[in-house]
Design a protein around this ligand. Structure first.
Ligand code: ADP
Ligand code: MG
Length: 178
């Protein structure tokens, strides 16, 4: 239940609202990559009901986990969300994941994640990938969603843009690895 700017001004609502930092990573290696990232950011602003607080520069990287000539552009973005005090992290996290997946589909990403016979992910080119890196200090571990993102510390293409935008308090908690 995301609270938009108009409602945040209402004092009764303000007292019962908590500010939560959401960090997302964006990646594109198909089509007009920069344009895909721009469109994804404007759709996120609409769906998350607030303009982003900070966005990293774009980083060009080699595909990770598969072979392709098509390099990625990667970025990280920070949103300050306003959620009701005592919100359910898993439910809100899944709702944010749905927003991300919906935007991926709207930008032309098709198909479900593929796995090989050993149960490992098969990675492929995509117009846009949006992953949830951090959602406040919440730890979520359910079938569809793991937060903090399971592989972020192994991926420089995630951590380099993320480090550009981590706030001081998030830096002390989440930039202590690697
Ligand atoms: P990847 O991002 O690793 O390239 P996908 O975007 O295809 O792969 O995601 C595969 C699945 O990972 C998604 O269907 C989603 O349910 C799951 N998932 C688990 N944790 C996260 C997270 N933190 N952010 C985004 N997706 C996640
Ligand atoms: Mg993804």
């Amino acid at each position: 239940m995301l609270i938009d700017a108009a409602h945040r001004k209402d004092t009764r609502i303000r007292e019962n609202v908590e500010k939560v930092e959401l960090y997302l990573s964006l990646g594109s290696n198909q089509g007009d990559r920069e344009h895909n990232i721009e469109i994804a950011l404007s759709l996120l602003n609409i769906e998350l009901k607030t303009p982003y607080k900070a966005v990293s520069s774009l980083l060009e990287t080699e595909p990770w986990g598969f072979e392709s000539q098509d390099k990625f552009l990667n970025a990280a973005v920070l949103y300050e969300l306003f959620l009701p005090k005592g919100y359910n992290p898993e439910a809100e996290g899944l709702m944010i994941l749905e927003i991300c997946k919906d935007i991926e589909r709207r930008l032309g990403r098709t198909g479900r994640p593929q796995y090989n016979e050993r149960g490992e992910r098969i990675y492929t080119s995509r117009p846009i990938d949006i992953d949830i890196l951090l959602f406040g200090d919440n730890k979520i571990d359910c079938e569809e969603l793991t937060v903090p993102h399971k592989l972020m510390y192994q991926r420089d293409f995630v951590m380099t843009p993320l480090r550009e935008i981590l706030t001081e308090s998030a830096r002390s908690k989440y930039d202590n690895k690697n």
